[in-house]
Design a protein around this ligand. Structure first.
Ligand SMILES: *Cc1c(COP(=O)(O)O)cnc(C)c1O
Length: 385
């Protein structure tokens, strides 16, 4: 529930805006830290989920590292307090300037996805007189049973190196003199609510470790990526993901040899619930089956419903009406996909009412665009700073 005092505050803010509950963010980080510290696991926050500087500062203050997917994310993470020695850099398409930037910062590790990428990093590192630490991103061929748009561990996905070609790639990597092969990396997808895909992932990691052991190779770093999901349907009942269940399952299935370190890259699970997008109703347009509630936010402010068909719980923060009606909540953008939800029940809604789009902390503000020359959404924080 969004507290009445927050709603009174929202009335004074200009819409549309993102509101971040930094105390919920801290509670989430406390729970995560406790769950991973128990086994000495390392977390690199996935910056792409939300790169708001205040959010990054809170997360970096917990001593976590950062998982970056662009050169700008690498620079921004370091600016916002993440030590370069805990920054990992992933992505299928790292450009030369991005590689140079990461090498200049002496980041912890590149997560590499192809032989050609290894060769390019080796060449650039050589020219710079540096050695690049590298983990190989493996495609484990696991179905994370999540939305097809965010399922990344299947064999036909563009991500990672084919599981069966891995030994060949390891041999090549070991032969490159400006590269130090440090580990294995995986990322099977996002919004995963069941520990089972992680159990399968652990088995794949164990299997690969055995294959490598036969080649006489032992790598110190095992990075299992991110992907733990959040409850978009019941944000008030489940404000903090059940990290313990996932971490316990991983602990009981993953083989970790002495001297090996385990890493994760959680994004959505860290920031999803602390953010709410708030928009004002501009017009109500009755139609035959429903009523259109036309709001002042569009997919330029929160694109997940239009991009992936994702659900965000919508609440009317203003209406005191006991009568509920059916609404299609739509934005002002000149595209027919600019729809947040259809046929939802809301208390009678009027022009000027505030609507909250819950669980918008991950892949929300960061995906905002200026299409239609719109202003980017405003941002406010629970501590008023
Ligand atoms: C997106 C991404 C993550 C974070 O995923 P979440 O589902 O937000 O936890 C982690 N690692 C890599 C390589 C990614 O691309």
């Amino acid at each position: 529930m969004i507290a009445q005092e927050d709603i009174r505050k929202f009335e004074t803010f200009s819409t549309p805006f993102y509101y971040y509950d930094l105390s919920l963010l801290r509670k989430t980080l406390d729970v995560l830290k406790k769950a991973v510290d128990k086994y000495g696991y390392n977390v690199h926050y996935a910056v792409k989920a939300n790169a708001n500087p205040r959010i990054l500062q809170v997360i970096s203050s917990y001593g976590f590292g950062a998982d970056c997917v662009s050169g700008n994310e690498v620079s921004k993470a370091i600016e916002c307090g993440f030590p370069a020695s805990k920054v990992v850099f992933a992505g299928v398409g790292k450009s030369d300037p991005e590689i140079i930037n990461a090498l200049n910062h002496d980041i912890f590790c590149f997560n590499c996805e192809s032989i050609q990428e290894l060769e390019v990093i080796n060449e650039i590192a050589g020219k710079m007189g540096k050695t690049a630490n590298v983990a190989l991103r493996l495609n484990p061929g696991i179905d994370a049973h999540t939305n097809k748009c965010i399922n990344t561990g299947l064999a036909d996905s563009k991500f990672g190196i084919d599981f069966n070609k891995m030994e060949e790639v390891v041999k090549i990597a070991l032969g490159l003199k400006n590269i130090k092969l440090k580990g294995l990396h995986f990322h099977i997808g996002s919004q995963i609510l069941d520990p089972e895909p992680y159990r399968l992932l652990c088995l794949r990691s164990n299997e690969m470790q055995e294959k490598l052991a036969k080649m006489g190779v032992e790598l110190p770093e095992i990075n299992l990526g991110g992907g733990i999901g959040v409850d978009y349907y019941k944000p008030d009942e489940n404000p903090i993901p059940d990290f313990d269940t996932f971490i316990e399952s991983i602990h009981s299935n993953l083989v970790v040899k002495p001297g090996q370190h385990v890493h994760f890259e959680f994004g959505r699970a860290v920031v999803g619930q602390c953010g709410t997008m708030v928009s004002r109703v501009l017009y109500i347009k009755p139609a035959s089956q429903t009523n259109f509630a036309i709001v002042d936010a569009g997919f330029t402010d929160l694109i997940r419903p239009a991009l992936y068909g994702s659900y965000h719980k919508i609440e009317n923060l203003t209406s005191q009406s006991s009568e509920t009606l059916s609404y299609d909540v739509v934005g002002p953008i000149c595209e027919s996909t600019d729809v947040f939800d259809k046929g939802i029940k809301l208390p009678e809604t009027k022009r000027g009412d505030l609507l909250a789009f819950r669980t918008a902390g991950a892949y929300g503000e960061i995906m905002a665009s200026q299409y239609n020359l719109r202003k980017l959404p405003n941002v406010y924080y629970s501590d008023n700073q």
